[in-house]
Each structure stands twice: as structure tokens, then as C-alpha cells.
Design a protein. Structure first.
Length: 183
């Protein structure tokens, strides 16, 4: 059981008891519109299906619920890296409840997950993507050292349209070099 702690956050395994919070928070269109694979509206049944799906993840993947250290019983988001054997890469993704936006928690959680992916699971490369109208997510990824590799359109289930997005990549070697240069 993986638990990761940052200055303000606890990243911990998801539980079936998180379903109501996930359904409520992802059911907020302002959250779901920035996620590629979730519909809007988002139901409790879909949250339960998601939690069942998480249980079958490849061991080279990690999915965590995010809580505040100051309020450890309140789920404020979900973050993951999902390994794809087909592409031999893990994809970083996350969402936060809207009331927790703009507080630096995304950067803190993403940094911890990138560290875990490269140190504990020894992934060679991570990819991520953001919708081009989501500058907060762009900032998180770019500040971690992710570099754009393509600009594309992909279908947003929540919005029901193709949206412009940027795909990014970060290699373990790039990340290690950044860590060394900042030390």
C-alpha cells in the first residue's frame, strides 16, 4: 500500500468510500470539462466503475486519492500515472475539487507522483496532456520540466467536442538532470 506525503498533502490508495466524493466533484462541469475520458454528467455508478477499474491496474501504475494533512478524511482530488505496455510509457493525470484550485496543491501532488514514477517504479518516460484552455495544468507540467511533443485535438466526453490539447513528455534523465542542477 503506497502512501506519499508532501508538505501539505497525503496521497493514498482510493477506497470504495471515496465514490460519493468522486461523483460529486467530477460531476462539477468545471472539473470534468478538463478531463479527456469522463462524461458529464458524472454519476455515482461511474465513480464506482472507476474504483473497480483502479483495482485492476498494472503494478507499474499508481492511482492515489489526495487529502490535506490538515483534513485527512476529505478527498480533494485524484492523481495517477498509468502504465501502457503498448507504448512503454506512463501517463500522468490528475484532477482537484474546484474549491482547492489555485493553492499549489496540483504542483505539490504532481511533483510527488513524478518522483515516485521515476524513483520507485523506474519509468523511463512520462507523458501528460492538458487542454489548451487550462493554463493552470500547463503551468504545473511545464514547471516540472515536461516538454511539449505534439499539439492535437482529442475528444472531450464531458464537452462533447474535439478540444485543442498539448501533449508533453518528461524522461527520467531530464528529470534527474533538473534535480541535480537545482541541488
Amino acid at each position: 500500500m503506497t502512501i506519499i506525503k508532501t508538505e501539505h498533502l497525503i496521497l493514498r490508495p482510493l477506497a470504495d468510500s471515496d465514490a460519493d466524493t468522486i461523483a460529486r466533484e467530477v460531476g462539477n462541469f468545471n472539473v470534468s470539462r478538463n478531463l479527456a475520458r469522463v462524461p458529464y454528467p458524472y454519476s455515482l455508478a461511474e465513480a464506482l466503475d472507476f474504483l473497480d477499474w483502479v483495482k485492476s491496474y498494472d503494478q507499474r501504475s499508481l492511482v492515489c486519492g489526495i487529502e490535506m494533512k490538515s483534513a485527512p478524511s476529505e478527498l480533494i482530488g485524484v492523481i495517477s500515472y498509468e502504465f501502457s505496455a503498448f507504448e512503454n510509457v506512463a501517463e500522468l493525470g490528475y484532477w482537484f475539487a474546484e474549491k482547492h484550485w489555485g493553492k499549489g496543491y496540483g504542483a505539490q501532488a504532481a511533483s510527488a507522483m513524478v518522483h515516485h514514477a521515476f524513483v520507485n517504479n523506474i519509468h523511463a518516460r512520462l507523458v501528460a496532456a492538458y487542454h489548451n484552455d487550462n493554463p493552470a495544468s500547463a503551468s504545473i507540467l511545464l514547471n516540472l520540466g515536461f516538454k511539449p511533443i505534439s499539439y492535437e485535438k482529442h475528444y472531450s466526453k464531458a464537452q462533447g467536442i474535439d478540444v485543442s490539447s498539448t501533449k508533453l513528455s518528461l524522461t527520467r534523465n531530464q528529470w534527474l538532470a533538473r534535480k541535480t542542477s537545482r541541488a
